[in-house]
Design a protein around this ligand. Structure first.
Ligand code: TMP
Length: 237
């Protein structure tokens, strides 16, 4: 397998073609942004942690019945993945009120829901990733009704699995964001990453934030939090 030209550079990752048309290489960066790129910084060691954490979690999810793009870890910050066309929806599952949910609905952070919620944003930086419902997604032809059902089913399955997994690590899974993609034959699989950039993870005992909110909110101890959450994952295995 040969790494070929760069196809795309996002805020936290670069994507490269390979000599196999069905495979891509993702290279994770230490760059961090927040508020649609308004806030910029670097989190030393983040690229390696996000790569390795995402890969370990996707391996477990695949075993639990959720198909993913993960193929093989190539290096500390590079992974071979299946080539997909990303469905332009950011899927957010929440177990506990936090972040934009708390702000939008005036609910204190930390209020635990009776059952998980799901919401969709239109993945469109120019528009600031606006919240939308499934009717809007259909009107915009972002996905078919069947695809949206599949995405919801997988997203709740991911939540069930990750919530239980992180609990065993002494961590509370507050919320997270997923992205899905279509293989050439139209099959929907989990893509992008699952990492402290894309999840809210709180220490189960102290409530300490062990995720990107430390960067977003200038709480300090950002690298330490990424290191600690990776240590919990590694020690669990
Ligand atoms: P929110 O409360 O800001 O809407 O974030 C919900 C979850 O989604 C949180 O775990 C962080 C994650 N997230 C991303 O992965 N990318 C984003 O661009 C945003 C805004 C949130």
């Amino acid at each position: 397998m040969k790494i070929m030209e760069q196809l795309y550079e996002g805020k936290a990752k670069k994507v490269f073609a390979t000599d196999d048309p069905e495979l891509l290489v993702v290279r994770y960066k230490d760059d961090a942004t927040a508020f649609n790129g308004l806030k910029k910084g670097t989190i030393a060691g983040k690229g390696v942690i996000n790569n390795q954490m995402s890969n370990r979690l996707m391996e477990k999810l695949a075993a639990a019945g959720v198909p993913t793009h993960y193929v093989q870890e190539l290096s500390a910050n590079e992974t071979l993945v299946k080539r997909v066309l990303i469905v332009p929806l950011e899927v957010i599952v929440r177990n506990i009120a936090a972040g934009s949910f708390s702000k939008r609905y005036g609910v204190e952070e930390g209020v635990v829901f009776d059952s998980p919620t799901i919401e969709f944003s239109y993945k469109n930086d120019a528009l600031g990733d606006p919240l939308l419902n499934t009717y809007h997604a259909l009107a915009l032809k972002l996905a078919t009704p069947e695809e949206i059902e599949t995405i919801k089913r997988y997203s709740f399955a991911v939540n069930d699995f990750l919530k239980a997994f992180w609990k065993e690590c002494g961590v509370t899974l507050v919320d997270f964001k997923l992205e899905f993609g279509r293989l050439a034959d139209g099959t929907i699989i989990l893509a992008d990453e699952i990492s402290p950039d894309t999840c809210r993870l709180w220490d189960a005992k102290t409530g300490e934030k062990l995720d990107k909110d430390r960067f977003r909110r200038d709480l300090g101890g950002v690298e330490e939090a990424y290191g600690e959450i990776m240590r919990r994952l590694t020690e669990h295995n």
